[in-house]
Structures are given as C-alpha cells and as structure tokens.
Design a protein around this ligand. Structure first.
Ligand SMILES: [Zn+2]
Length: 507
C-alpha cells in the first residue's frame, strides 16, 4: 500500500454520526479523501500531524448562509464560516442568486439584494450561466461550494417583477434554468417566499419546479411563506410541496418552540421535513422586509425616492411599520447595517427617542436614506429561561440541524454569521449541557450531509472527503456579542478542506 499523504495522529475522533463519543484514533488522508481510520501507527506516510488528543470531527456543512458575495468580493468576512470549522457552504439561501438577469433588470436586482449581500460591485458582474457564477464563487470561497437552485433569481430572470402566474413559455424557461443549475451540481431548490419575487409565486409553480429537482434526487429548501400564510400555513405549504413532489423539505431558520414542534410532527406525517436553526434569540433581515410588496414592486431604490417626495405615502408607511416593528419587540430592533454606516448598533427605539418621533417614522427615514444596505436585527424574545427551553427542544430533536443564516452586511452584523457553530459546541453543549458534543457535531456534519444528499462527506470514514476540523472541546466558543459580532471564535485549531489545510485566522 502506498504511503498516506497525511496521518492525523493522537485524535479524539467524533465521526459525525448521532450520539458519537470521542474515540482515540488516527485518520489517514490521501488524494483529498479519508483513506483509513484506526491504529495507523505502523503505516507509511508523507506527513504526520499530532493533534495532542484534541477532537477531530467532520468539517461542518452550512446549508443556509448568505456568504457568497463576501467570498466573491474577497471581503474579510469570507473567513467567518471556515474560522468556525465550516468546510462546505450551500449557495442560494432564500432563493437568492444573480444568474441570467436581463440587462435592464440587473441593477435593480442587485440593489434589492444589497441588504443581505452588501454594497454593489462596480462594475456589476454578469453571469449568464450557473457554472460561470460558481467558478467565480469557488475562486473566492475558502470552503467547498455546493449549489442550490435559487428560485427568486430564476423567477426574476424569466419574469422580472411580474406578479402573475407564469405562462407556459415562462414556465418552460424556468425549467431550462433549473436544469442548468442541476447540471451544475445543484442538490435542491431554495425559495424565499417572504421576498420578492418569490412572494408572488403560487404553490403550483413551486411544485412544478421542484418536481424536476426531485427527479434528480434534490430537495426543497424554503424560507417559508410566513408573512402571507402565517406560520401554520407556511409549514403546511412547504410540506405540500414535499408531498406532491416526493422531495425532502428543508425548512430554514426555524426553532422548536411548542408550536414549532407540533408543526414538525404534523407535517412529517405527509413529507420528510427537517428544520435548520441558528439558535440565537434574534432574527436578521433587510430593512425593507416589512414593507408591503405593492410598494416594492419597482425596487427598493425607487421606493426610497418616492418616500422623499410623497409625504402621504411616507406617513402611511410609517404607521404600517410602527405596527410591524413595535408589536411585542419594542426597542428591540437593532440597526445592523446602513449604506452610510450611521446608526449601526442603535435600536430603532433609541433613535426614535433621540429624534422625538416614532419607530415607524425612523424606519421610513432609514428607508429613504440608508438603502440599499439597510439591515436590521429583530430580537424576538429576551434570552430568558423559556429561550433555553426552546433551544433544548430544538437541539434534542433528530429532525433539526445547525445552519448559520449568516448575513455579512454592516458593522453590527448579526453574530450568528461569526459564531453559530462554535457557540453550539461551547456555550450550548459544554456550558449549558443542552446537547451532547457528539450530537452537536452530528447536526453540523452527518445530519446536513444526509438531509441534502451529500453522501461524499459529513462522516469520518474511508472514502469520504477529507473535510475535517480539529477543535479543543474545553475552550471552543462562539460569539453572541451584538456589539462586537466580529469576535473570532475560539478553540478551532485546524481546518482541512479535501485534505488541504486552510488558514482560519482573520485576514
Ligand atoms: Zn431566510
């Protein structure tokens, strides 16, 4: 037998399966794959790294992240996930992508996605095919990249901002784009049904597209239709897509409070449904998220201009937003990012106090002056005892997995993008005892690999990719500091992608 390229010795292996316990072993790596696991002390090798008894786990798989543009732009945040041990990232979360856009709608689409993906590049890149986009993304990404079909992008490319049902020729063109993505390796289709234009799509449109994806073994991943269908209706619709297509359903950024658990039980009677969770008691999305869709029909930049000139519209929107942004979460909405950088880290409530006005009016002023990069953090509940119970229930359920939903916009970006994985290992597993370390690793590796059909990774066993992470179980931690979100995770000692060691320090 020829020598291994590398042997990782003196490791406590947590292999990525459920309930795994740290087990002393050595792992041999050759040609980017795991070649052997066990006692390799007499095996020939070109290189050895002694891990000093630290944990060796499969590299983590982030199935829901918005890191693509940080990677493409070479922004320092591009290391944020690999620094936590992530070795695979999926693209297209919430249905976002930038492929095949018509010249005239391209600018507008980039502006509408800037709150989640950051300032526009100049000149705007143009990708006609998924493979062109993926090639550029892979150049800038430290992790391995696995694509998902981005539904919002596909609909925008074919139908622009039309609100109607797709006609037969539009449907045909969407099918062609879906097929292009599948040919480029897409493992599923991702929707964002609270965003435009996905919000205009009906269930039948989703079913038709997902059928083709399911034919090729792909799944349906969804930011479900919360705003228009309510939580129950949104879950039921997602499960219906699964039931009618046979695709596994992957619900994004949810949590198992009592209602969530009841819904997960209910929908699993008709479909294979899992949930991903980042386990911070606060969400994060664009400032434009709560604007009624009719006002966003021509894009966020046009809305900003309109609000400057139309006081009646501004005050109507201010009362709408007052209701949306203060119901139960008064003064808990934090400005994560703005185009100018002003107000970042302040709550809408504190700005309103300072200005002597209402939260709704502050939101309107920000919409006027701070788009397209206005992004907010919505604290949905104080991190109290009941939140611990929700986290415990979420972590205990075999149908959940961990994903960051990282958004890399603004100086006060949500800490989840910088700490989700290491926070679960350190703060939630070790400190709070909400989950065992083996199960925590499983929900970041073996479980997402299984849920998305990535059978070549996610478990430490011969024949799988040598995507690996070494961490110190005694010190690993992740940030939940909203004032200093870019606090580097601790305890990650080494990350290998396809057998190659990559730098995990901040650039
Ligand atoms: Zn989402």
């Amino acid at each position: 037998m020829r020598p291994f390229d590398l042997v990782l010795s003196n490791a406590a292996v947590i292999d990525g399966r459920p309930s795994a316990v740290p087990t002393p072993a050595e792992v041999g790596v050759s040609d980017g794959q795991i070649a052997a696991v066990g006692d390799l002390s007499s095996a020939a090798r070109q290189d050895t790294i002694d891990l000093g008894g630290k944990v060796l786990a499969p590299g983590f798989i982030d199935t829901h992240t918005h890191i693509e543009m940080a990677s493409i732009k070479g922004h320092p945040d591009r290391t944020a996930l690999t620094a936590q041990g992530v070795t695979t990232t999926l693209t297209g979360a919430d249905g976002f992508g930038w492929v095949g856009l018509a010249e005239e709608s391209s600018n507008r689409w980039w502006e509408d996605t800037a709150a989640i993906y950051g300032p526009l590049l100049d000149p705007l890149p143009r990708w006609d095919t998924p493979s062109g986009f993926l090639a550029d993304l892979r150049k800038g990404s430290l992790s391995d990249v696995v694509p998902m079909v981005p539904h919002n992008n596909v609909r925008a490319a074919v139908m622009g901002d039309s609100q109607h049902k797709p006609g037969p020729s539009e449907m045909k063109r969407m099918h062609v784009m879906v097929a292009d993505w599948l040919d480029a390796g897409a493992v599923g289709l991702a929707t964002g049904l609270d965003y435009l234009p996905g919000r205009f799509s009906e269930t039948n449109e989703l079913v038709e597209l997902v059928e083709r994806v399911a034919d090729r073994g792909g799944v349906y991943a969804s930011h479900i239709r919360l705003l228009d269908a309510g939580r129950d209706g949104a879950w039921v619709e997602a499960a219906e897509v699964g039931r009618r297509t046979g695709a596994g359903v992957r619900i994004a950024h949810e949590r198992l409070d009592e209602d969530g658990l009841a819904l997960l039980d209910q929908v699993n009677q008709t479909a294979d449904v899992t949930v991903d969770s980042y386990l911070y008691p606060a969400g994060c999305t664009s400032l434009a998220f709560h604007v009624p869709p009719r006002l966003l029909a021509h894009g966020v930049t046009e809305l900003s201009q309109k609000l400057t000139h139309d006081e009646a519209l501004a005050s109507e929107l201010a009362s709408h937003l007052e209701e949306r942004l203060t119901g139960g979460v008064d003064k808990q909405v934090i400005v994560a990012g703005t185009t100018s950088g002003k107000h970042e880290g302040s709550t809408l409530g504190s700005i309103a106090d300072e200005w002597g006005t209402t939260v709704g009016r502050v939101a309107v002023e920000l919409l006027k002056h701070e788009m397209p990069c206005g992004v907010l953090i919505y604290a949905w509940q104080a991190p109290d005892v009941s939140w611990d119970a929700i986290m415990k229930r979420t972590l205990a359920d075999p149908r959940t997995l961990i994903a960051s939903d990282g958004v890399y916009v603004g100086s006060k970006a949500h800490p989840r993008g910088f700490g989700t994985f290491t926070r679960v290992l350190g703060d939630l597993a070790r400190e709070k005892g909400l989950i065992s370390i083996g199960d925590a690793v499983h929900k970041m590796s073996g479980k997402p690999a299984d849920a998305y059909g990535l059978s070549d990774r996610g478990i430490i066993e011969p024949g799988r990719r040598a995507d690996l992470v070494v961490f110190d179980p005694e010190t690993v931690t992740g940030t939940d500091d909203y004032d200093n979100p870019r606090t580097a995770p601790r305890g990650i000692e080494m990350v290998l992608v396809a057998g190659r060691r990559i730098g995990v320090e901040k650039e």
